[in-house]
Design a protein around this ligand. Structure first.
Ligand code: ADP
Length: 495
């Protein structure tokens, strides 16, 4: 038996999952690590924490699986996206903590770019909306704020990388300075169409070319791990950002297929094939993956508050003690009783884009109880996902025929059924819901020759299918009321 290991380096934990050659999960291990908040709105990770938590997860997962290093055919890496590191090309030492994607310290840089009229160009070249999330402004900040870094960079002594890049650098003992096209597409420095670092963007952000990694395919052998790590050299055969890996792990290989990850927030991606689809609703165009030099693109949108609304019920309102309880509560009443929660705790994203919106609970009557509020919170996850998917189908001109779901909140059968009802299409939950790790393993197994493209489709298997059963008339009424509720939440704080 041969095995593939996925390293899933996330925002709060580093995981390693061992898959066998049938695509079944054999063992896994995860380590949480420290979040560093130097100032309000600033978020950092210690690169040593990222590294040691990941290596420990790898070694522990291999031990738990009770396999020998010689049976490991490949390692695939998937990672928190956009998080930015810079290190010394000779010593490998990082010049600063990693600046995490959530960190807002570079908002002023982005505001300036917008004021200078660069928004359209950034959209056109990178597919992204200008935002401090993406690596470009973070890298500029590091070059501007670390003394002597620019000089060193000009001399070719500095490496920049996102987490995939940093892990590969260290795993290979500094022999490979690479990133894959999906991670590159989140830097705001990469030309989505031409598949190269964009000279205009580099000028705009004052980034010297010398620091950049070489861009490789998402499924390609980029080097081998140092022998000291697992006792023998293991090929590193894939790299992909977490959401991209999840789209692959959901086997959304054909144009028009989409997945939604239901976690703290929701992340929706739709495969748009070889075509870059510009969005009219503020979604971003991004890489899905690049295989054999051939790019596949995607539209991406997110819901800021999804599972977080359930945490709010549990931690602030205290009307449930576990997230899972919401399912029984929602089913204990025949309908929502006219109660709608718009969890715009942090404003509203696509397609509304209203930073002034705030959370709103409407339709309360004397008979409203905690079941109604729990149900309204679950329904809000489905309504918000519906709004993003409708924007995607309008942008792409492709009606969706099925939605593949993953993430922690997909355990909730009420939510899955209600999602299917509101979309009017099947919602499918796969057997392996760790789709991010599975996707990285599939990409790696493909490059290692373990699976061909036909076999990859067979690794993904459905566990449950939720089929819409709500009459069209009821669906239309619920949707109209939801839109009305959203209108009550909009522009709440703009005075
Ligand atoms: P993340 O990766 O964003 O941390 P997960 O995929 O682990 O998220 O999912 C956790 C989220 O899912 C939490 O916000 C939690 O409230 C929600 N959640 C977990 N189980 C359920 C459930 N049975 N019903 C509704 N929400 C749930």
């Amino acid at each position: 038996m041969k095995y593939v290991i996925a390293l899933d380096q996330g925002t709060t934990s580093s995981r390693a999952i061992v898959f066998d050659e049938t695509g079944a999960q054999v063992a896994s291990h995860a380590n949480e690590f420290k979040q560093i908040y130097p100032k309000p709105g600033w978020v950092e990770h210690d690169p040593e924490d990222i590294w040691s938590s990941q290596i420990n997860a790898l070694k522990t997962a291999v031990e738990k699986a009770d396999i020998s290093a010689g049976d490991i055919a490949a390692i695939g890496i998937t990672n928190q996206r956009e998080t930015t590191l810079v290190w010394d090309r000779k010593s490998g030492k990082c010049f600063h903590n990693a600046i995490v994607w959530q960190c807002r310290r570079t908002s002023p840089i982005i505001e300036q770019l917008k004021q200078d009229g660069y928004e359209q160009e950034i959209r056109r070249v990178t597919g992204l909306v200008p935002d401090a999330y993406f690596s470009g402004s973070k890298l500029k900040w590091l070059l501007d704020n670390i003394e002597g870094l620019r000089d060193k960079a000009d001399k070719g002594e500095v490496c920049f990388g996102t987490v995939d890049s940093y892990l590969v650098w260290r795993l290979t003992g500094g022999r490979a300075h690479v990133t894959d096209a999906t991670n590159a597409s989140r830097t705001m420095l990469f030309n989505l169409k031409d598949q190269v670092w964009d000279k205009g963007m580099l000028r705009m952000l004052d980034v010297p070319e010398s620091v950049l990694p070489r861009v490789v395919d998402s499924s390609q052998t980029v080097g081998v791990t140092e022998k000291s790590i697992l006792g023998r050299e293991i090929p590193i055969c894939a790299m992909a950002g977490d959401q991209h890996a999840a789209l692959f792990g959901q086997a959304c290989f054909e144009k028009g297929m989409a997945k939604n990850t239901y976690g703290t927030g929701c992340f929706l991606l739709m495969n748009t094939g070889s075509e870059i689809v510009p969005s009219r609703f503020g979604l971003v165009s991004t890489m899905a993956w690049r295989l054999d030099g051939k790019p596949t693109y995607a539209l991406e949108g997110s819901v800021f508050v999804a599972g977080a609304a359930i945490q709010w019920l549990r931690d602030e309102l205290k009307i449930v003690t576990t997230a899972a309880e919401t399912e029984g509560l929602a089913r204990s009443i025949p309908d929502n009783g006219g109660v709608y929660l718009v969890p715009a705790f942090a404003g509203l994203g696509a397609p509304y884009w209203d930073m002034y919106a705030r959370g709103t609970l409407v339709g309360l009557t004397r008979g409203t109880g905690r079941a109604h509020i729990a149900r309204a919170a679950l329904e809000s996850i489905a309504y918000q996902s519906m709004d993003v998917l409708e924007a995607m189908t309008e942008d792409s001109g492709h009606p969706l025929s099925v939605l593949r779901a993953d993430g922690g909140a997909t355990a909730n059968n009420f939510l899955m059924q209600f999602q299917a009802d509101m979309l009017g299409i099947d919602v499918v939950r796969p057997r392996i819901t760790e789709t991010t790790a599975l996707g990285a393993a599939m990409l790696a197994g493909r490059a290692a020759g373990l699976w061909n493209d036909a076999q990859l489709g067979g690794i993904w298997r459905s566990e449950s299918v939720f089929t819409p059963s709500l009459p069209e008339e009821t669906r239309a009424k619920l949707k109209a009321k939801w839109k009305k509720a959203v209108s009550k939440a909009e522009r709440w704080t703009d005075d």
